[in-house]
Design a protein around this ligand. Structure first.
Ligand code: CMC
Length: 446
């Protein structure tokens, strides 16, 4: 197999000026630091020489004010509610593209030509099957294990099966690892589901599209034919597109950090899956469903809304609000329509929990508490409802997110490996523990 295209190499941000750091006490200049500018978005202060000039480090827990890398992949404008992959607005991709085309765009920088698209789809399709031995790994897990536990374990274990695509300095091997990961993730997620419900594993079908095949592997059984509903396949494809990348979020930063040491690609993606598992990241759509189950009946909606508005109550309206988007999450806008289409198709508007969700959405969009705080439904609100209506169990939601985000992780990991300024990630700290003390033998302690 040959690499379809070289991954574009970052050519470095431009210098836009200098900023002077001055001691407030005596007016003495401490450091002169460059301001760097990208193509769009906020400029940054380049602090790489700060310690050399001043002996000081910066302090930024959670990296909320720190650009950790230069990237050409995804741009978000949280105030305007904009998301673009390689410059293309998410709305255009959602309407006109499909997930594998988006994978090509994220990985190589451009939408594929007709022949590139065919070659890319073929390359992904022919890597969907797992090494047969991997099926034994699943059988070693408890049936009630969380699917994300299986995903972390099995994806990490791919490193033991595919050593021919583990040399991260070889672009050809990086490409093959990328194809394998994009291709095998739906198979792994579907098997994790089948294992949890005690059904036979379903092998991938190469005549189906990516999202179609994913649904087929989850819902088909060997004893009868299964036809994938095209409305559901399109909705799944859309969910995959909308979750494909979100610049330097926690799991992507985890993949970059793990990869910065030159670690095995499959192990790096497993690290990303572990991070995504957390309820503050990929677990939010699962939390939306938990909330709907907690509210349970229509008449308890007003009481629940009072609770989320009460400052002394820690409850929140799950699936509302976003750390970056202070305007409507553009992904939520797109999924809202799809959500209603899926509910119509399945006649699921009468599902009591989905009815509660639709009523919450209606009330909250008009309620002054939410309006004043710019709290709009986020992508997790609608994806949770769609996945539930499709029959996907709540515990599998984050695994679907992991399938979608794998392309983002891989694209960012590949970009890092072609970035000449790439270094092993190694943050600093403010140490506030004991300075120095002597060892005390056990009989003289306490
Ligand atoms: N329900 C009720 N009140 C809320 C909510 C909510 N979901 N979100 C924020 N607020 C209130 C909050 O109490 C505060 O009110 P006040 O000004 O009176 O103190 C105000 O809005 C600002 O809140 P904040 O915590 O400063 O906002 P944030 O931007 O730091 O929080 C958030 C963002 C996503 C953590 C939060 O909105 C939240 O907890 N939402 C629910 C969980 C959720 O849906 N998470 C998924 C986010 S999308 C994930 C992804 O993109 O991967």
């Amino acid at each position: 197999m040959t690499l379809a295209r070289p991954v574009p190499t970052p050519d470095g941000p431009k210098k836009a000026g200098m900023v002077r750091l001055v001691d407030n006490e005596n007016g003495q200049e401490l450091a002169l630091l460059p301001i760097l500018t990208g193509t769009v978005g906020a400029d940054v202060i380049d602090v790489r020489t700060l310690h050399g000039q001043t002996g000081l480090f910066t302090y930024d827990p959670g990296y909320t004010a720190t650009a950790s890398c230069e990237s050409k992949i995804t741009y978000i404008d949280g105030d305007e509610g904009e998301l673009r992959y390689r410059g293309v607005p998410i709305e255009q991709l959602a309407e006109q593209s499909d997930f594998l085309e988006v994978c090509h765009l994220l990985l190589y920088g451009d939408l594929p030509t007709g022949s590139e698209k065919a070659a890319f789809e073929k390359a992904i399709t022919y890597h969907t099957m797992l090494h047969e031995q991997i099926n034994f790994l699943f059988r070693g897990f408890r049936r009630d294990a969380h699917p994300m536990a299986l995903m972390v374990g099995v994806v990490g274990a791919l490193s033991a099966f595919y050593s021919d695509s583990s040399d991260v300095d070889d672009p050809e091997q990086r490409a093959i690892a990328s194809y394998r990961l994009i291709a095998k993730m739906p198979t792994i997620a579907a098997i994790a589901y089948k294992w949890s419900i005690g059904q036979p594993f379903i092998y991938p079908r190469n005549d189906l599209g990516y999202a179609e095949n994913f649904l087929h592997m989850m819902f088909a059984v060997p004893c009868e034919p299964y036809r994938v509903n095209p409305v559901l396949a399109r909705a799944m494809d859309l969910i995959l597109i909308l979750h494909a990348d979100h610049e330097q979020n926690a799991s992507t930063s985890t993949v970059r950090l793990a990869g910065s040491s030159g670690a095995n690609p499959f192990a790096c993606i497993s690290a990303g899956i572990a991070c995504l598992w957390g309820p503050a990241h990929g677990g939010a759509n699962e939390a939306v469903l938990e909330m709907l189950e907690e509210i349970d009946t229509y008449d308890r909606i007003p009481e629940f809304l009072e609770r989320v508005k009460d400052r002394d109550d820690p409850s929140r309206l799950m699936g509302f609000g976003h750390r970056v988007y202070k305007n409507y999450d553009p992904r939520a806008k797109i999924l809202r329509e799809t959500c209603h289409r899926v509910l119509d198709e399945l006649g699921a508007h009468n599902d009591p929990h989905l009815k509660i969700a639709m009523e919450l959405e209606k009330i909250a969009l008009d309620d002054p508490y939410f309006v004043k705080r710019n709290l709009y439904p986020n992508v997790d609100f609608y994806s949770g409802i769609i996945l539930r209506a499709m029959g996907i169990p709540r515990r599998l939601f984050t695994a679907v997110f992991a399938v979608a985000r794998t392309i983002g992780w891989i694209a960012q990991w590949s970009e890092m490996h072609t970035d000449p300024s790439q270094k092993i990630g190694r943050p600093r700290q403010i140490y506030s523990g004991e300075t120095q003390r002597d060892y005390v033998p056990v009989d003289r302690r306490g």
